[in-house]
Design a protein. Structure first.
Length: 306
């Protein structure tokens, strides 16, 4: 079956933009042209892919499968184009990494990202931060090559390689009353008030569960903000205490000007590791970054796992 990539692009755009008119505007085409390409794709495949009813696109079962595969094909086309440009411009390659929001911190940049970039000049690193499950799913969907995440409810399709643990750490501004305490209790943290993530996603749910096991509930939240850096800024402004997971290699480097609190009770830990696609060859750049992450975060370097 000969599939026209442009027609697949038009079809995917209609779905993503939820309509023919919006897809036409995005692609710079006339609406009848968009309708024609979708119709020709349906004729080539011998099946109906979508219905447009009540101002919304509704995919058929076949349409959902075509959308899934077409999205992968289009991303791989983009990746091939980027790889050819890299060769033309003399780059050694590129690698796309997704990392948990927990690692959007200075120590990760100083001890992992910057040394990798210096040691692999000519390799373009594309880095983004997000919720662990989303970044892991992006590896499955081929939007990313690797993910460095917390093992919270990850998609079953991924291969998770455990690297280390990270410890829940409470931080406050230098002038906060709890910073001067030799030992801080959970009750004191709760009374001071927590700056937490909004309860809007899977990772936030797990984050709240860890806090609850530690004796802190949503009632102790004084401010909810999405993203670690906004919570750090709020804590620096004296609005409360922020909690995040810090691995052993990140000790001694707190976010911003915040100071770790010396907590009396043993702190919870989480597993952190690498997410890769199963049984698939990796590029040299992806393998180099995976090896670098292992060495930088655990002190060990080994060949890529099968």
């Amino acid at each position: 079956m000969a599939l026209d990539l442009f027609r697949l692009l038009v079809f995917v755009t209609v779905v993503d933009r939820n309509g023919y008119s919006a897809a036409a505007r995005h692609l710079g085409l006339a609406q009848p042209t968009v309708s024609h390409h979708v119709g020709e794709l349906e004729r080539a495949l011998g099946t109906t892919l979508l219905h447009y009813e009540q101002r919304a696109v509704h995919l058929t079962a076949a349409g959902r499968e075509v959308y899934r595969v077409a999205s992968v094909m289009l991303r791989e086309q983009d990746q091939l184009t980027e790889s050819l440009k890299d060769i033309e411009q003399g780059r050694r390659g590129r690698v796309r990494l997704g990392a948990s929001i927990a690692f959007e911190q200075k120590y990760f940049m100083e001890r992992v990202v910057a040394p990798f970039c210096r040691a692999h000049q000519g390799t373009l690193l594309s880095l983004r931060f997000g919720h662990s499950r989303r970044e892991a799913q992006a590896v499955v969907d081929r939007e990313l090559d690797l993910a460095y995440v917390i093992s919270w409810h990850l998609p079953h399709e991924v291969h998770f390689e455990r690297l280390h643990e990270a410890t829940l750490t409470f931080l406050a501004a230098p002038g906060h009353p709890l910073v001067g305490e030799e030992r801080v209790t959970v009750d004191q943290i709760g009374a001071a008030g927590l700056i937490t993530a909004p309860l809007t996603g899977v990772e936030s749910t797990y984050y709240r569960l860890v806090l609850r096991e530690f004796g802190l509930t949503g009632d102790h939240s004084v401010l909810e903000m999405d993203g670690l850096q906004p919570r750090v800024l709020a804590a620096e402004a004296g609005l409360g205490v922020v909690a995040t997971f810090i691995p052993e290699y990140g000790r001694g480097s707190s976010p911003g000007s915040l100071v770790p609190l010396s907590v009396e009770e043993p702190a919870p830990t989480v597993e952190v590791g690498l997410v890769r696609r199963r049984a698939e060859p990796e590029s040299a750049s992806t393998g180099a970054l995976a090896d670098w992450l292992r060495a930088a975060t655990t002190g060990s370097r080994r060949t890529r796992p099968a």
